[in-house]
Structures are given as C-alpha cells and as structure tokens.
Design a protein around this ligand. Sequence first.
Ligand code: PDD
Length: 286
Amino acid sequence: MTRTVYVNGDYVPEDQARVSVFDRGFLMADGVYEVVSVLGGRLIDFDGHMVRLKRSLSELAIANPLSDEDYLAAHRELVAQNGIGDGLVYLQVTRGNPGDRDFAYPPVETQPTVVMFTQSKPGLADAPAARTGWKVVSVDDLRWGRRDIKTVQLLYPSMAKMEAKARGADDAWMVEEGRVTEGTSNNAYIVKDGTIITRELSNDILHGITRAAVLRFAREAQMQVEERAFTIAEAQEADEAFVTSASAFVMPVVEIDGAPIGGGKVGSVATRLREIYLEESLKSAV
Ligand code: PDD
C-alpha cells in the first residue's frame, strides 16, 4: 500500500509529495517537528505535543499556520488513510519557501510548510527491547545551545547514534561539563535508593512530553523524584537507568560505557513506570 502523506493541506501519495528546493527547512534546518505515538489507532499525549510545537514555533518567530483542531484532524486523517494501528505520526513545520536562499528570515507573509507522515510500527508498546534493556555509551554533547526548541537540525544526534552503533550500543548519552544532558532522541534518568533522578529543565535539553507525564505519574505513585544533573560515574553506580521518549516510552538502560547497571538486568522502577505510563496515557489518548 502506498503511504499517503500530508503536504500543506493536501493528502497525497508519498511519491507525489513536493517541497521546494528553496524551502528553509531544506536549506537551513529552519523548522521544527513533533513525533506523536499511535497506539490502537489513537494519539498519545497529543495536547502536550501541540503545546511544545507552538512554543518551538514561537521561539523561532515562525507563524503557526494551523489550529490545534486542524493538526488533530490531519493526524487522524493520516492514521485512518494509512491504516495505522500502532506507530508514529511525524509533523514538521518549516519557515517555508521564500523563493531564494538568504540568511535573513523572509517576510512574515511567507507561508510555513507543513508536512506530516505516518510510520507503521505494529506492537510498538510491546517492544522486546523493553524486556532486555538498552546499552548506551557516552559522547560529548556538541549540539547548539537551544536544545529546548525541537528543531530539525539533527545531524549531531545522528552522528552520536552512529557512534553508539559502532561501539556496539543502542544509543548514546550526551555529556556536557561532566554531566549527562540527554540521549540522542530521549531524556535520561537514573534511579538510586528508590529516587528517580533526571536533569532539570533548561535550554540544555528538550522538554520531553513523555518526561513530563512519567514524572507526574511517578509523583502520583508516591515515588521520589529529584530533578538535577548527574555524571556518567554516578549513573554507573546507580540501581537502574532508563530513557523516555514518544517512540520508546520508558526504555530501561542496562549498561553504560560497558559497566552493567543493576547487575545488567532491567529494573523494577523502569518496568513499573513503563506499565503506568502506557496504562495512563492510553486512557487519555485521542
Ligand atoms: N525525540 N530529547 C531529545 C533530544 C529528543 O529528540 C526527544 C524526542 C526527547 C523526548 O521527547 P518526547 O518525550 O517528547 O518524545 C528528548 C523524538 C521521539 C524523535 O526525534 O524521534
């Protein structure tokens, strides 16, 4: 079945979708994105992703071209047209096509480009990796200083992912000034003596929508949460480690730079948080 994608209001077969070579997203990575997971045909944490999308756009002074209702309708239409049970919806909004290349932003009348597509991932919530855990390696965080904006400039995280693979790991944790910022496409956590520790929000990390939900559920379940940065050495001494994202949900980490965490076995806190997150977020799925 040919995938149907969304481009500026139209639903078209993927091989007929067109975006200009002058699009600022293509030339300058001048655009932002969101990834919403789909479980049982329903959208997880949709409202949170819309709030962050609007914040990212506003930080870059890109006019938001659609209403939340329009974005929701387009997400649902793509899920329906592509028969997505479990998977992801990718949404990208760029500053659009000014008709030429220039460092200065184009006039505000330039229409932003909106592109959306689905990725089918049957059994997404039941990923076998959640039972065995990920191995991660540390790399320097060489990204720019506004990681709170979810821009499409993902080359460094992509390089870090390749380095992780080359070193036999599943992902990389990025480290700045001796402390872990986040994973290549997820937020990072450790658990010590029952306390869940994750870096506090700032411009240094993406404000994960899954992070917000997981911390809320953890506090509701009377778990201790400490929002502060930690080192790789501290992580290697932790009882557990895990990451969160819209595509991995809560994913246990069992090895950091070759050192086993929690005896190299998936921990009970990560497992419980994964269960709670999936259960609770399905209740509010739309
Ligand atoms: N990535 N940190 C980074 C750098 C990310 O790219 C992501 C998400 C997260 C987690 O955010 P959320 O919980 O809102 O998904 C943290 C998405 C999934 C991606 O790029 O595919």
